[in-house]
Ligand binder design. Structure first.
Ligand code: FAD
Ligand code: SF4
Length: 390
């Protein structure tokens, strides 16, 4: 697969900046879940006032470079007025490029903020937990983050490195991590969040959706979950045909990763129409560009293990006006797969009964979302703590 550059060249950055119409109504800012202000940082960048541009981005977005690489085009870009003339400004990529090229320790200096003595526990070091920690530290709270895995970033770590290198998550973190106020405990799973209330004033639960939805079909055990696949990808290196069940952006990452790891072909099985796939236009074009087969209106029925391959039995679906139903007698056997990956969604752990000292944030609160929505949710959780103490 051909590698794409993650950042804009200086010439492309200038060309994008010059296209901004400086709209007074700032639709791009209003469309951003964290209210980042592209209008403002683009203006600073046009005048080559890079430190101001960097600070504008970081004022509302603690993970601006990561967001710049993976934010979908449904927020700022969708609202960009420029699309009424030709096509929207690639705001996320402009943001990522400014932070990559112009953010350094001289531009962003840690502020010395006095501690207020209050202690907050955060469970989960994904974008929601990290965003909550930085907002609380900026307001004088002492924060401890408990993370089950051995690294920060949560579900972001499943995104292929060609799209999001892990170093970028670490780089964002290095600029917001107030080491005096925030302690990070990796490899530390919390099994009883209520027990933390003995030592902490409040607990923010930001544990994402760690449970994969299962297919509930015979032979499911011959398939692999997207979490296992994307976390241990080298284990599943294959040269044969790969099936991906699902049609969202996680399934898309699985399909492209399989090709990257040597699959001879990849076919995605999507329950609804191809037109209903919840992916961005660039993601869709990437699938087509790489020759991924898209089988719309199909569902898996059974998986069987053969001597040298897996058989996937699928049926066709029809829409009966209310929901998708299997079309009778439409089952066919596809006997040639070396790997079947299931990527049809995930679920949060069960919520605890209401407690004013327990606050949920991110995907575990809202259901599967996007990085920038998880960050907005983490900041909102921190704001609840501030309001409570005001
Ligand atoms: C393959 C894939 C591709 C994606 N692509 C995009 C994209 O292109 N653009 C985009 O905007 N979004 C994308 N997303 C979605 C995005 O990653 C999530 O919306 C976001 O990470 C949610 O953040 P969160 O902090 O709520 O939860 P998470 O990121 O899931 O973080 C939760 C953290 O909590 C930890 N945890 C769980 N239980 C415990 C416990 N009991 N004790 C301690 N720690 C615990 C987990 O280990 C994890 O680190 C993608 C997701 C996946 C899986
Ligand atoms: S909407 Fe687009 S053109 Fe208008 S200010 Fe924002 S980035 Fe510039």
């Amino acid at each position: 697969m051909k590698e794409k550059s993650l950042y804009l060249t200086k010439i492309k950055l200038k060309a994008e900046l010059d296209r901004c119409l400086n709209c007074r109504t700032q639709p791009c800012m209003n469309a951003c879940p964290v209210n980042c202000n592209p209008h403002e940082f683009i203006q600073f960048a046009q005048m080559q006032q890079w430190p101001e541009a960097v600070r504008t981005i970081m004022r509302t977005n603690p993970m601006g470079q990561t967001c710049g690489l993976i934010c979908p085009d449904k927020f700022c870009m969708k609202s960009c007025t420029r699309s009424q003339i030709d096509f929207p400004i690639n705001i996320p990529r402009v943001q990522a490029t400014i932070l990559e090229n112009y953010r350094n320790r001289e531009v962003i200096q840690p502020e010395a903020i006095e501690s207020n003595g209050k202690r907050i526990a955060i469970i989960g070091a994904g974008p929601a937990g990290l965003a909550a920690s930085s907002r609380l530290a900026q307001n004088g709270y002492l924060v401890e983050i408990f993370e089950a895995s051995d690294r920060i970033g949560g579900a972001l770590n499943m995104i292929p490195a060609e799209r999001l290198p892990h170093e970028v998550i670490e780089k964002d973190w290095s600029f917001i991590h107030d080491t005096e106020k925030v302690s990070l405990h990796l490899n530390h799973r919390i099994t009883d969040p209520l027990s933390l209330l003995t030592d902490f004033d409040c607990v923010i639960i930001a544990t994402g959706e760690p449970n994969c939805v299962s297919l509930r079909i015979p032979g499911e055990e011959y398939s692999v979950s997207y979490m296992d696949y994307l976390t241990n990808r080298e284990k599943y290196r294959t040269s044969g045909a790969v099936a991906v069940i699902g049609g969202g952006n996680v399934a898309t990452d699985c399909a492209l990763t399989a090709l990257h790891l040597g699959a001879s072909s990849v076919e995605m099985f999507i329950r609804r129409r191809i037109a209903d796939m919840r992916i961005s236009r660039p993601e869709f074009l990437e699938l087509l560009d790489h020759g991924v087969n898209l089988s719309g209106m199909t569902s898996p029925e059974k998986i069987e293990r053969n001597e040298n391959s897996l058989s996937l039995f699928i049926h066709r679906n029809v829409f009966d006006g209310q929901k998708w139903q299997p079309l009778p007698d439409s089952t066919i056997e596809l006997p040639y797969f070396s790997l079947v990956i299931r990527a049809i969604g995930s679920r949060a752990d069960e919520k605890l009964p209401d407690n004013p000292r327990i606050i949920y944030a991110g995907d575990c609160k809202t259901g599967g979302s996007t990085i920038v929505e998880a960050i907005a949710s983490g900041r909102a959780a921190a704001d609840l703590v501030l309001e409570h103490d005001a």
